[in-house]
Each structure stands twice: as structure tokens, then as C-alpha cells.
Design a protein around this ligand. Structure first.
Ligand code: NDP
Length: 449
């Protein structure tokens, strides 16, 4: 597939493939990290001697459980849910819950593994975890969503806690679902432990700017990458895949910085609007009506709906993949390069395939990997936990300033670490090495556990 692994790391990877069969996304996420940390082991042979890598690749705990629920007609359905508590060297497990029919253990393990390093990069005291279910929220009524969330939490509550494991949202899990999940936790435990879950409503313990944080953060990261190249977002043409939480707020922040968004999408098709996407319409369709992006053309006659089209074929200066994993492959990357794209920054988790990343990096397209670029969401979740612990509510402005500072810091550390390890401008190496070092040092200090 891609680069050769260091001779100490190849057997570790082979063993991982053997022990975790059929989990291709997990293999991909681990391989990407192993490909970049060879030079760290030369500087720090003690990490290899103490088997830190093998320990990081094995989740501390994996929980799989049944979620039975009844639909509005009374029919019973059975879903499967997961919580992978991957690594708690730096703090309680922290990471979202995903509801999507494609969810299986391999997806949750890839997301949990990535989360360890992402959370380390924020510099905040949070470990890595992730969860989810193969439940499909599309087309379900509010009552069905509520019954599903209540059933899921009836098992999950015993595994989570302010000092143990703190879930949040992800694909298919937004403010509505977090409300139902928290409500059931509170009911079962008879405790108002705000800090047990993040992404809450701002009237009941949530943080201002959390909803916006992942998208805004990805744009702050993009701006820092452009500054290194003496460039800015002003006047740039952007395409953004997806039209969910991350995509919407990435578009909002990019527009406020003078960029024009010409396309966004959902899993059925692409909206192309040459004059610039009207975000109020997208928000109404997606956040209020819970509709499809194809509805956009009803309000904008000049826009085009391209069913089953590939968004990466649309010419742009900057591309922000904000939908899902492996949505941008080598062919797409070549098309972006051909069309003159100068930067690709990942709002979604692992949206670019390894082959796609190779094409972009070889073509000198600035590439911002998800671990670093979308860390603003979890960072602001950690700020929500801080507010909950001190029973405070910060202003939007203060929280956003903290987020901006964190993103600028992540960019600087990734850039400097890549430089230190002889890979200037390679944010994949910078993010992986910097995140790994933080976790490895903490694990090493705590002995063999
Ligand atoms: P949402 O559920 O709000 O939106 C997801 C968007 O992506 C929708 O437009 C959806 O379209 C599209 N999408 C999902 N799956 C697919 C697919 N298989 N093919 C094509 N399009 C798809 O999720 P978020 O915006 O919260 O998450 C998006 C990405 O960002 C994910 O990778 C997530 O892990 C990552 N992320 C999210 C964070 C957050 O704070 N929310 C934090 C860090 C990362 P459709 O409606 O048609 O399914």
C-alpha cells in the first residue's frame, strides 16, 4: 500500500493484523501512525523496549452490548452498540458516539485510536475513546430516537463517568440525541453530573461555541497553514463535503474570513452554487427540517443539484472534506491537483485514503490531517468539562478565543515537531509524532499497566 515500516514496527503491525482481522479502517489508522514514528524510536529506544506501541494499539477496554427498542408501531428492533475505552494515560476516555448503519467494531476502534493522539495534541487532560451503534437515525421520529437513546444509555451508564469516560456526539449524534442520553443517565443514577457527557444544550450545562467548534477549529488550522505560505483565506474558492455539524460551521467561519464556498454535499449528492452557498438555507434544511441537501435548489434557482456526483471534481482553491472516512481517494486527489487546489484540510476523521494523501503531499498541496485539524471539537468539549467542574458558564467570545488559541498551538507544535524530525511541512508526521510522544511519556511514567 504505502511507505515501508521501520524494521521494529513491521512485526508489530503484522501481529495487529492477525489479532484484529477484518477491521480495515483500524488497520489503516494504525499503519499511518506507525509509518511516521520510526524516527521517534531511534531517539527513544526505551519506548520500544517497554512495548509502548503494542500497548497503545490494544484498547484498555472494549464494551459491546445489545440495544433493543420499539418503533412507533410497536415493532421491536435490536441494534448493537460499542464503547471502546482506548487509552487513559492523559485523562478520562473522551470521544464521541456515532450512530450510522456502517458502524462496527473496526470503525469505532479506528476512531478511538485516532482520538488518543488528537486529544494529546490539544494539551488538555483527556484520554482517548469512542463509541457508537449501527442504528440508522435517518427517517426515525423524535420518539423513536428517544427510545433508542434511552435503551442505549440503560447499559452505557455503568461504564461512563466524569472521571472515567465522557462521551459526546459524532455522525448522527447531535444536540437532540445528547439530550436524550443525558436525561436517561440522570434518571438512572439520580445525579446531575453535567461533566459526564459533552455537547449538551447551553441551557443545561453545555458550552457556548461547542456546536461550532470542530468546523471553526478546522478553519483556524487552515488559516495557520496558509500563513506559513504567506497566504490567506480571503477571496479563496472552497468546496466542503458533507452538510452536517462540522461542514456547516467550517463553511460559516470560512465565509466570515472572505472565502467563497461553491459546493457542499450529503451522501446522496452535491450542491453546486457558483455565486456562493447560502448558509442560512443549509442550516434551515439540515438543522431545523432535518431534510436532504437536494432541497436547497428549491430556494436557489441558480444552484445545481448533482445527484451521485463527486464533489472533488469541482474546481477549487481549498477542499475541506467534512463528511466521513475514506471519502477522498487518489483519483479525487489527482483531480484536485489538476484543478489547482492548494490545500486540503480534514474536518472529518480520516477522510483521505493513504493513496490520496500521497498524491497531495507529492504535489506539494498543503495537507492538514484530521488528528490536528479537527481537534477543536474535542478541545471545546474539554472546556465544557472545565466549566461543568467549576459550575461556570463562559461567554461565546471567551470560549472561541480559547479554541483559537488551542488550534494555533496545535498547528505550531505539529509544524515544529515535523521540522525537528526532518519533515518540514509534513503535518501528518508532525501530528503523529507530537501526539505519540505525549502519550508515550505518560504511559512510561505510570509503569507497566
Ligand atoms: P453529521 O451527522 O452532523 O453530518 C455528517 C455529514 O456527512 C452529513 O452531511 C452526511 O450526509 C455526510 N455523510 C455521512 N456519512 C456519509 C457517507 N458514508 N457518505 C457520504 N456522506 C456521508 O456528522 P458530523 O458533522 O458531526 O461529523 C462529520 C465528520 O467529522 C465525521 O468524520 C466525524 O467523525 C468528524 N468529527 C466530528 C466532530 C464533531 O464535533 N461533530 C469532531 C471531530 C470529528 P447524510 O446526511 O446523507 O448521511
Amino acid at each position: 500500500m504505502s511507505a515501508k515500516l521501520d524494521e521494529k514496527l513491521e512485526p508489530i503491525y503484522q501481529e495487529l493484523l492477525h489479532r484484529n482481522p477484518g477491521e480495515s479502517e483500524f488497520h489503516q489508522a494504525v499503519r499511518e501512525v506507525l509509518e511516521t514514528i520510526g524516527p521517534v524510536l531511534c531517539k527513544h529506544p526505551e519506548f520500544a523496549d517497554r512495548k509502548i506501541i503494542q500497548r497503545i494499539c490494544e484498547p484498555e477496554r472494549q464494551i459491546i452490548f445489545r440495544v433493543p427498542w420499539q418503533d412507533d408501531s410497536g415493532e421491536i428492533h435490536i441494534n448493537r452498540a460499542f464503547r471502546v475505552e482506548f487509552n487513559s494515560a492523559l485523562g478520562p476516555y473522551k470521544g464521541g458516539m456515532r450512530f450510522h448503519p456502517s458502524v462496527y467494531l473496526g470503525i469505532i476502534k479506528f476512531l478511538g485510536f485516532e482520538q488518543i493522539f488528537k486529544n494529546a495534541l490539544t494539551g488538555l487532560p483527556i484520554g482517548g475513546g469512542k463509541g457508537g451503534s449501527d442504528f440508522n437515525p435517518k427517517g426515525k421520529s423524535d420518539n423513536e430516537i428517544m427510545r433508542f437513546c434511552q435503551s442505549l444509555m440503560t447499559e452505557l451508564y455503568r461504564h461512563i463517568g466524569v472521571y472515567t469516560d465522557v462521551p459526546a456526539g459524532d455522525i448522527g449524534v447531535g444536540g437532540r440525541e445528547i439530550g436524550y442520553l443525558f436525561g436517561q443517565y440522570k434518571r438512572i443514577t439520580n445525579r446531575y453530573e453535567s461533566g459526564v457527557i459533552t455537547g449538551k444544550g447551553t441551557d443545561w450545562g453545555g458550552s457556548l461555541a461547542r456546536k461550532e467548534a470542530t468546523g471553526y477549529g478546522a478553519v483556524y488550522f487552515t488559516q495557520e497553514m496558509l500563513k506559513v505560505r504567506n497566504d490567506s483565506l480571503d477571496g479563496k474558492k472552497l468546496i466542503v463535503s458533507g452538510s452536517g455539524n462540522v461542514a456547516i460551521y467550517a463553511m460559516e467561519k470560512a465565509q466570515s474570513q472572505g472565502a467563497k464556498i461553491v459546493a457542499c454535499s450529503d451522501s446522496s449528492g452535491v450542491i453546486y452554487h457558483k455565486e456562493g452557498i447560502d448558509l442560512d438555507t443549509v442550516k434551515r434544511i439540515k438543522e431545523v427540517e432535518r431534510g436532504r441537501i437536494s432541497d436547497y435548489i428549491e430556494s436557489h434557482k441558480k444552484a445545481k443539484y448533482l445527484k451521485d456526483a463527486c464533489i472533488w471534481d469541482i474546481p477549487c482553491d481549498i477542499a475541506l472534506p467534512c463528511a466521513t472516512q475514506n471519502e477522498l481517494n487518489a483519483k479525487d486527489a489527482k483531480k484536485l491537483v489538476e484543478n489547482g487546489c492548494i490545500a486540503v484540510v480534514e474536518g472529518a476523521n480520516m477522510p483521505t485514503t493513504p493513496e490520496g494523501i500521497k498524491v497531495l503531499q507529492e504535489s506539494k498541496v498543503a495537507f492538514g490531517p484530521s488528528k490536528a485539524a479537527n481537534a477543536g471539537g474535542v478541545a471545546t468539549s474539554a472546556l465544557e468539562m472545565q466549566q461543568n467542574a467549576s459550575r461556570a458558564s463562559w461567554s461565546f467570545e471567551h470560549t472561541e478565543n480559547c479554541l483559537a488559541e488551542i488550534m494555533i498551538g496545535i498547528h505550531r507544535r505539529c509544524y515544529e515537531t515535523a521540522e525537528e524530525y526532518g519533515a518540514t511541512g509534513d503535518y501528518v508526521s508532525g501530528a503523529n509524532i507530537e501526539g505519540f510522544l505525549r502519550v508515550a511519556r505518560a504511559m512510561d511514567a505510570m509503569g507497566v499497566i
